[in-house]
Design a protein around this ligand. Structure first.
Ligand code: EPU
Length: 421
């Protein structure tokens, strides 16, 4: 297994380009199941999760060609609308094929995604919505079988019990081919939901309200193929913003929309980090120690759970105590033990972490079992004295394209050590 070897203590300086968004790309690639023809997606990040989804879509019968950041797909009737365990177990987001399959073929079987490192993560809301639209759902032997007795989903009002990003995406995609109008209430407002709606509308769908908590979809008989460039990854950008500030650096994080990062910008500014819009990017500079800032994660537009680990790392460099509460996932503090091994003073009480700083980080061999936890360890490694070895880099490869190259270009000393697996 590969690892990253980081010699810390260097300021980051220069420009870091932001790649296409993982969490936008995954649902958008699944739209190819909704329409025949040649689909083309550009600015798709080269990530393990994208390859995993590509393999699943191929297995379903689509022609999938991945060439750098361009993914071409030939949509055609699928061989069999079944997503087997071997794919779903690799990536929970495989559940995003469910809505399109049920909408187009009136049936689908998908292996039930289990829990994952960051929490139990059930899909009951996805299923509740499909049932409201006339589907029958049966769970047997770890599989979800969904069948639409009338053949076609029926428009319905779906009220989510909690905000779910992929749940909203799945049902929005499903409703594009339903008969009649569907209203999603308490929908997720994430920019990735909005971008998916944009793509579906380009395909001929009629979706209004994406980006607000009420989305209305008028069903269509059919959709057409699409060409779309994926927007930049706000979480990758936020991670580099934290890395720039934590190292006392000065970096232009380039090619990302400032407007999708307000909550992160506000929190970092409150900590004393300088952040300005500049051209097509965001300039970030900082000088630790920072001011402590307490916050809680929450659905967009509030502070993203996907930035919690990285922001906690930044708070280790603050003079004083900050409290960070995780409200989305029940087990998303896997970075805490590892950060403490590197010298941090973080205590967990329920879903709140108390972070006492400032920490003088020391390099150590570390590993994490979740993407964003691993990202926070990379930032700690960049700051730490001595050498940090991040093991299990495959978690990072799920969500950060060429992270070592991007960091090396702005002055970090980081290299990938190839393992044998
Ligand atoms: N939930 C349910 N039932 C459901 C759906 C969700 O109880 O049917 C719960 C979850 O267990 C969780 C909460 O609702 O406690 C929110 O989960 P959500 O469904 O919003 O998460 P997701 O759609 O599975 C996406 C991102 C995650 C990101 C979350 C929250 C994708 C592919 N994944 O997951 O990204 O953390 O939204 O913003 O879009 C990451 O990139 O590192 C990552 C984990």
């Amino acid at each position: 297994m590969d690892s990253l070897r980081i010699e810390g203590g260097r300021r980051l300086e220069g420009v870091i380009p932001v790649s296409g968004s993982k969490n936008a790309a995954l649902p958008i690639l699944c739209t190819s199941l909704l329409a025949d023809g040649n689909h083309r997606f550009r600015n798709v990040p080269a990530l393990r999760d994208v390859n995993t989804l590509g393999a699943l879509l191929r297995e379903l019968g689509l022609d999938v060609t991945i060439d750098g950041s361009t993914v071409e797909m030939v949509g055609r009737p699928v061989i069999s609308p079944e997503a087997p365990y071997e794919h779903v177990k690799k990536m929970r987001a495989s559940v995003l094929v469910l809505g399109p399959l049920v909408a187009r073929y009136g049936r689908a079987t998908i292996s039930l995604p289990g829990g994952c490192a960051i929490g139990a993560r059930p899909v009951d809301q996805h299923l509740m919505g499909l049932e409201a639209m006339g589907a029958e759902v049966e769970l047997t032997h770890g599989n979800v079988h969904v069948k639409v007795p009338r053949g076609r989903l029926q428009g319905a009002e779906v009220i989510f019990d909690m905000t779910t990003v992929t749940g909203t995406e799945n049902l929005m995609a499903a409703a594009t081919l339903a008969e009649g109008t569907t209203t999603l209430v308490n929908a997720a407002r994430e920019p990735e939901v909005e971008e998916l709606a944009l793509v579906l509308n380009k395909m001929g769908a009629s979706i209004q309200g994406a980006g607000t908590s009420v989305i209305t979809i008028d069903g269509r008989e059919s959709l057409n193929a699409v060409d779309h460039a994926i927007a930049a990854d706000r979480i990758e950008a936020g991670t580099f913003m934290v890395a720039a500030a934590a190292t006392g650096g000065d970096v232009l994080v380039d090619g990302v929309s400032f407007d999708t990062l307000h909550s992160v910008v506000d929190a970092m500014r409150a900590a004393g980090v300088n952040i300005e819009r500049e051209g097509t990017g965001i300039r970030v500079s900082g000088t630790p120690p920072f001011e402590p800032v307490s916050l809680a994660t929450a659905p967009y537009p509030r502070f993203p759970t996907d930035m919690q680990a990285q922001f906690m790392m930044l708070m280790c460099l603050a003079r004083g105590t900050s409290r960070i509460t995780e409200t989305i996932f029940e087990n998303r503090f896997m970075h805490v033990g590892e950060l403490n091994r590197m010298g941090a003073d973080i205590q967990i009480n329920g879903n709140t972490a108390s972070v006492r700083g400032p920490t003088t980080f020391e390099g150590a061999p570390v590993m994490a079992t979740d993407l964003r936890a691993s990202a926070s360890l990379v930032v700690a490694g960049l700051v730490a004295g001595g050498v940090t070895e991040i093991r299990r880099v495959y978690h990072l490869d799920r969500g950060y394209e060429k992270i070592e190259e991007k960091l090396a270009r702005v002055g970090a000393k980081v290299e990938r050590i190839r393992g044998d697996a």
